[in-house]
Design a protein around this ligand. Structure first.
Ligand code: ADP
Length: 636
């Protein structure tokens, strides 16, 4: 037996990292070994095409996985190119990916999870689950096979062995389970099978395993009619992977059902997607993408536990399940797969460059999703409705929290309910309908369209044929304030004071206000600090009063802010309330006459009117009992 050889120093460090790994997705070792096997077959296949005339077809290759529970071994065998003794020593004794260690030493605190999770670490990752590894290999064109053996950091041996078939067999002795780690699933056929499906389904060579299934035994000829069927377990060699990725196929070859079931199985959604975007790009970077717009929000989408991202494959091998960098946050609901032949499985010197490539793909993807949504909005309103019900609020928050940076990307996808239309409308649609003379976009905030329509301020606008956007979601009004101007029109709230009078109305109001100064002062005094101002208005129709605000914080914003966790030390911001009196309402006349003949009653009226205005805003009044008593007093 040959002398034990030491691993190179840096490989040893990587090995130690693997042996003591706390990484939770240890199963990725299988993907790494299968991908090595697939690469080796690629090399042999290529070699055969060139050198073995009439030689091997693609279908002569396979990767075989076997389990021996008693011996606790898991074996992965391929009939790829194989390795010589020298190659075994060099390839498996030194970490092939110098890049990964470079990466690690550049960081002060090497992040194990990152290195393993995002890039795998090739062959060595097998030491996360195995305490002993044997690799037997016969190189194509050679007659002598070799066995590489190691049980950890203290080194490895390479010896001749009598392997007669070209290729490589990797045998892992699976670690004993501990309290913290259960390794036994790696000896369960169905578990290994599901890992193959999950990570390596699209490897182009068959991955074969013995699959057990129950079958009914043939009935003996003399068995009675009603004898219960007898079952037996049989084991059959089967190909576990599907071998052809959907995204590599031409669009014309794939049926909608195939896309849908791929989506539903892969992303665990009970519903078919709203839209499927299948594209293939060639040029600076070659890749295929298969993206889905779900029809409802994924599980936990609106919680911080949700992990967005696309599955990233390098040449058919999944290297990341949630690649965040491929998907902008605002489109975080999109699910899908990106596969590029230009990305390498290895963490390596090309890392930076890869990064750049990912950015290019991400930019394309952002544009594709935007175009798809725009198309849906313009040509398939029904579907967009479903989409918007699920994700509209997400888009609004994304735009709001970008401080307007995503304006161009998202603004034209937004919709709002309005007081005149049955379906939600975009800003552009609203502006296109604006009657002549309307210079601003108007909105009102409230719990529902119905409630907004009943606002006293709405009445005259409706008469004038002015449509009002309904800010029915918490974010809406904040968003409007941030946007400030859309389609060259300012956005104004109808509940902010003195928005809507025209010039001549304004003048006569000013005169009237001067004349009634003492009345307005009495009312304000009677309201005892509840309002900032009492003003006259000509924008109301049938209602005597309304409540509005001044100073930028509206009643709706006050409500939303009050729900936020209180900022340290400060109390939530309050709206400055304004009571508006309708000068063309009989009650206004009544107030004038009270002020002259029974000034002691003005205070009661003021309080009644103020509380009415509060109620019409859909808010609670401070003292309902006092309000009720005041009404009774008036009635008798
Ligand atoms: P990587 O695959 O990223 O190069 P690994 O540590 O997984 O890194 O493998 C190191 C090298 O060992 C490979 O580059 C390959 O040359 C060789 N190798 C690994 N597995 C096999 C195999 N099954 N057949 C032939 N060569 C292999």
């Amino acid at each position: 037996m040959s002398k034990k050889k030491n691993f190179k120093a840096e490989s040893k460090r990587m090995l130690e990292l693997m042996i003591h790994s706390i990484y939770t997705h240890k199963e990725i070792f299988l993907r790494e070994l299968i991908s090595n096997a697939s690469d080796a077959i690629d090399k042999r296949y290529y070699h055969a095409l060139k050198n073995e005339a009439g030689g091997l077809g693609r279908d002569s290759f396979a990767i075989d996985i076997d389990i021996d529970k008693n011996a606790r071994t898991l074996t992965i065998a391929d009939n790829g190119c194989g390795m010589t003794d020298e190659e075994l020593e060099n390839n498996l004794g030194t970490i092939a990916r110098s890049g990964s260690l470079q990466f690690k030493s550049e960081q002060e605190q090497p992040d194990e999870i990152d290195v393993i999770g995002q890039f795998g670490v090739g062959f060595y990752s097998a030491f996360m689950v195995a305490d002993e590894i044997t690799v037997e290999s016969l190189k194509v064109g050679e007659t002598q096979g070799y066995r590489w053996h190691s049980n950890g950091v203290d080194g490895f041996t390479v010896d001749p062995c009598d392997k007669t078939e070209i290729g490589t067999v990797v045998t892992l002795r699976i670690k004993e389970s501990t309290e913290a780690d259960d390794f036994n699933p790696f000896l369960e056929s169905h578990h290994i099978q599901s890992l193959v499906k999950r990570y390596s389904d699209y490897i182009r060579y068959p991955i074969r395993m013995d699959i057990e299934s129950s079958v009914e035994k043939p009935r003996p000829a003399d068995a009675p009619e009603d004898a219960p069927p007898e079952w037996e377990t049989i084991s059959e060699r089967k190909t576990v992977n599907s071998m052809s990725p959907l995204w590599r196929k031409a669009k014309s070859e794939v049926q909608k059902e195939e896309y849908d079931s791929f989506y539903q199985n892969t992303f665990h959604d009970g519903q078919a997607p709203l839209r499927t975007l299948h594209a293939s790009a060639e040029g600076a970077i070659t890749y295929q993408s298969l993206l889905f717009i779900p029809s409802s929000a994924p599980y936990q989408f609106y919680s911080k536990d949700f992990e967005k991202g696309l599955r990233l494959y390098a040449s058919g091998v999944m290297i990341m399940e949630h690649c965040k960098d491929l998907l902008p946050d605002c489109f975080g609901f999109v699910r899908g797969v990106v596969d590029s032949q230009d990305l390498s499985l290895n963490i390596s010197r090309e890392m930076l460059q890869q990064d750049k490539q990912l950015k290019v793909i991400a930019k394309h993807i952002e544009k594709k999703i935007k175009n798809e949504l725009k198309d849906m909005l313009e040509n398939d309103r029904e579907t967009y409705r479903t989409f918007y019900d699920a994700f509209g609020i997400h888009l609004k928050y994304a735009l709001y929290s970008s401080y307007g940076m995503l304006r161009e990307l998202l603004l034209d996808l937004l919709q709002f309910k309005t007081t005149t239309q049955d379906t939600p409308q975009t800003f552009a649609e609203y502006v296109a309908r604006m009657p002549e003379g309307q210079t601003a976009i108007y909105y009102a905030a409230g719990a529902s369209v119905e409630q907004i329509k009943r606002l006293p301020q709405c009445e005259r606008l409706t008469d004038k044929g002015i449509e009002v956007l309904c800010a029915t979601e918490d974010v809406d009004e904040f968003l409007f304030k941030m946007l400030f101007m859309v389609e060259e029109k300012e956005i104004h709230s109808i509940t902010e004071a003195s928005e809507l009078e025209d010039a001549s109305e304004k003048q006569s109001l000013e005169q009237e206000t001067k004349a009634r100064e003492s009345l307005l002062n009495s009312i304000k005094t009677a309201l005892n600090g509840q309002v900032e101002q009492v003003i006259l208005t000509s924008r109301l129709k049938s209602h005597p009063v309304c409540l509005s605000t001044t100073g930028g914080i509206t009643l709706e914003m006050e409500r939303v802010l009050a729900q936020q966790p209180a900022a340290a030390g400060g109390s939530p911001m309050k709206a400055q309330r304004v009571l508006e009196l309708n000068i063309s309402h009989p009650i206004y006349e009544k107030l004038i006459s009270l002020q002259e003949h029974a000034p002691e009653q003005v205070a009661d009226y003021a309080n009644l009117l103020y509380n009415q205005a509060v109620l019409m805003e859909g808010l609670a009044i401070e003292d309902p009992v006092a309000f009720s008593n005041a009404i009774c007093k008036l009635m008798v």
